[in-house]
Design a protein around this ligand. Sequence first.
Ligand code: ASP
Length: 443
Amino acid sequence: MDCKVCKFGGTSMADGNVILRAAQIVRSEADRRYVVVSAPGKRFSGDIKVTDLLYSLYDAYEQKDEALFEELWQKISLRFLNIEREIGRDLQVQAALDEAKQEILSGAGKDYCVSRGEFIVAHIVAAVLDVPFVDATEFVRFDEHGLLKEETFALASETLKKYERAVVPGFYGLGADGKVKTFSRGGGDISGAIVARGVMAKLYENWTDVSGFYACDPRIVNSPCCMEELSYAELRELSYMGANVLHSESIFPVRSAGIPIRICNTFRPEDRGTYIVTAAKRRLGDGVVTGIAGKKGFTSITIEKSMMNAEIGFVQKVLAVIGKHGISFEHLPSGIDTMSLVIDNEFLRGGILEALVSEIKEAVSPDKIYTHEDIAMIATVGHGMAKNVGTSARLFKALSESGINVNMIDQGSSELNIIVGVESKDYESCIRAVYYEFFPANE
Ligand code: ASP
C-alpha cells in the first residue's frame, strides 16, 4: 500500500492546539501512515524550544546546580502539562515526565536527556492519533564515531513493516554503546528521511512553519520567490550554507531511493510547498539561479609563497596542521602562489587560530600568512549556472555595483554553485544584490 511519511517540526508541536492541527493533517489523507515528530518548539518569538531547555537542564545537572535544575524542570514539565490540558485528555504526561527525570538523575546521559522532548511528544501524538508509538532506538543505529550505520535502513524497514501506522520520535537513535544518541541539531529531519526510506514512502512530507523553500532568506529580502521544485543537490548546497528549512543531511536516505521531499506549512496546509526531486524542472526568476543562502562566522587563513605550485606536498603539510587539531575546513580556494583555508569560527576559539598560524609558518615557511576574521560566505546555487555563459560576470557586476568587496571566490567543480566570502557587515547587501540580479521581477 502506498504511503507518505509526515515529519512535523518543533513549531508544529509547540502547543496542544497546533498538535491537534497536525493530527488533522495526518487524518485528512489515509496514506499519511507514518509520523515523525520534533520536540515542541517556540510558540512565539522569544519563547524557548523544549530541546534548548533540556540542554540547559543537563548543564545544571552536570554543574550540580539543584535550584536551577528544579527551575528548568518545572518549565519543561509545564510545557508538556499545558499541551495535555489543551488537548483535553489524560495522556499520561506526568508519568512520562517522572520517569524521564528519574533516569536523568540516575545518570542516563546528555543525549538521553535532550531527546526527551521528542520522546514525550511522540507519545502524545500517538495517543491523539490512536496509533502505536515506535521508539527510534529500535532501528536508528550509530557507529562508534557517531555516524549513522547503513543497517539502519534495513532495520527501519523490518521494524516498521509490523505497523500499518506509527508515530516515531525524531532526532535520536541508539549509539554503539547501547545508549540513546542524538543527531546534530535539527536532526529530526534526518529521522523523517530514514523512516521514509524504511517504508519506501511515495513522498516524504516535511511539515514546518513556512510554505516552502524561498529563493533567499525572507528576513533579508521582502517576500522572495518560493521555489516550486529544487533538486536534492541544490537543497544540499543551500541547506548546508544556511537555508535552515531542512537539515542538510536529510537528503541522503531518500535520494538513493528517489523519494521526493515536500516542504509544507502546517499553518497553511493548502499551499503547494516546495518539492525536492532528482531533477527539478520548474524554474523561477530567469531560471539560472535557484537560490541564495549564506552564513556568517568564518575566518580565512591565506598563505602566500612563491613557487608554491611546484612544491610537492605543500597543501598536504598545511592540511596536516589543521587535521592535527581535529578541525575540518569549509573551502580551500587556491591560486598559483596562494591558497586560503576557510574555517568555521567555532573551531578557532581560545587561541586555536593563533596556534594554527604559527604551526603553519613552521610547517611550510610561507612568504606571507594573514587572516580575515569575521567573514560571511554566500552561496549562489543552481543547475542552470552550468549552461548559462556569463553567470559569474552578472554576479560579480551586481556585487561591485553595490560596493561590496569580495574576499574570496570558490566555484564548485560541479558548477552548481559560486561561493563568495565577504565581510560580515556586507552579508545582507550581498544577498540582496545577487537576488535582485537573478530575480529582477521581484524587486
Ligand atoms: N529538537 C531537536 C532540535 O531542536 C531536533 C529537531 O527539532 O529536529 O534540534
